[in-house]
Design a protein around this ligand. Sequence first.
Ligand SMILES: Cc1cc2nc3c(=O)[nH]c(=O)nc-3n(C[C@H](O)[C@H](O)[C@H](O)COP(=O)(O)OP(=O)(O)OC[C@H]3O[C@@H](n4cnc5c(N)ncnc54)[C@H](O)[C@@H]3O)c2cc1C
Length: 287
Amino acid sequence: MSVSNSESVEDRNGILEEDDHMRGMERIGMEVVSITYPFASVARVTGRIAPQDPAPWSPPNQAVRIAVEEPPGQRPVVRVYTIRAFDPVTSQIEIDFVLHEDDSPAMRWLKAARPGTILPMIGPRQHFIPQPSGDRKAAIFADETAIPAVYAILKAWPQGLIGEAWIETPDPAAFAELPQPEGVTLHLIARPAGVGAGTTQSLLAAAKALPQPQDWTVWAAGERVEMRDLRNHLRSQGVTRDAMQVLGYWKKGMSSSDLDRARLAEYEALRAQGLTIEDLGDVDLPV
Ligand SMILES: Cc1cc2nc3c(=O)[nH]c(=O)nc-3n(C[C@H](O)[C@H](O)[C@H](O)COP(=O)(O)OP(=O)(O)OC[C@H]3O[C@@H](n4cnc5c(N)ncnc54)[C@H](O)[C@@H]3O)c2cc1C
């Protein structure tokens, strides 16, 4: 008798398969080519995909849902990661997994993966790309899980846009690898050894120190509770909804499967009111 995998999120009404959710994403398999450890805190997985059309994979900051466990008779256990880089010539993608100590589905997948392993995924889903907008500057607040997104964003930085990014990581080498486009100032917030991820509130502190917040377009991603506080602070300082995108990439002490259950319940409620996935406010979820 097979044991039920509690990390599998049930989608009773099949809502995640509908067009509103899929939005042109494809189901695809990535064949692992190599796994390297460029820094102590990161496993870099390079894999080959054969997309129907490479064009949607090319813009920066795309996310994919990867199936890290496939329990028989249940939906796969999925986790969201960023395409750090895509090479349309070789059809290879890079995903950086931040290593953490929990015995979690993504970490288990990583330990077992070898060149040749096939990783099923759904994607790509486009996330934030900074756009010049009048005199507005771009402010980025990111923890280590969002460094792959920041890397992709900086590589494609629009000419003439002024920006500043605050990055918290325990691993200064991961920060040092970021591109430095003209007009962008990068700030390293180094987390000391032994201090846990999601405990410092350093990105919130950086956001609180942002001069004249209403002059900026903001993108922030990191631990969920800190991100909600950061969003609330900037809102209270006059940053409007359309000038700010804040995402909880993970929650301290909670599995992403539980976050996904909350997301699905909220999404079902929105669809019942005739709304769409665009109306799903990430950090507003009641988790
Ligand atoms: C759009 C998007 C893009 C993302 N891109 C990336 C990416 O490119 N690289 C990346 O590494 N992550 C990325 N993440 C975050 C990643 O999905 C989560 O860290 C996820 O929880 C990892 O799954 P898991 O199975 O290891 O842990 P889970 O089963 O989800 O959680 C188990 C436990 O581990 C803890 N935990 C999870 N992640 C961390 C962490 N980084 N540090 C410390 N504790 C942790 C949780 O708090 C929980 O207690 C992204 C998330 C989103 C939403």
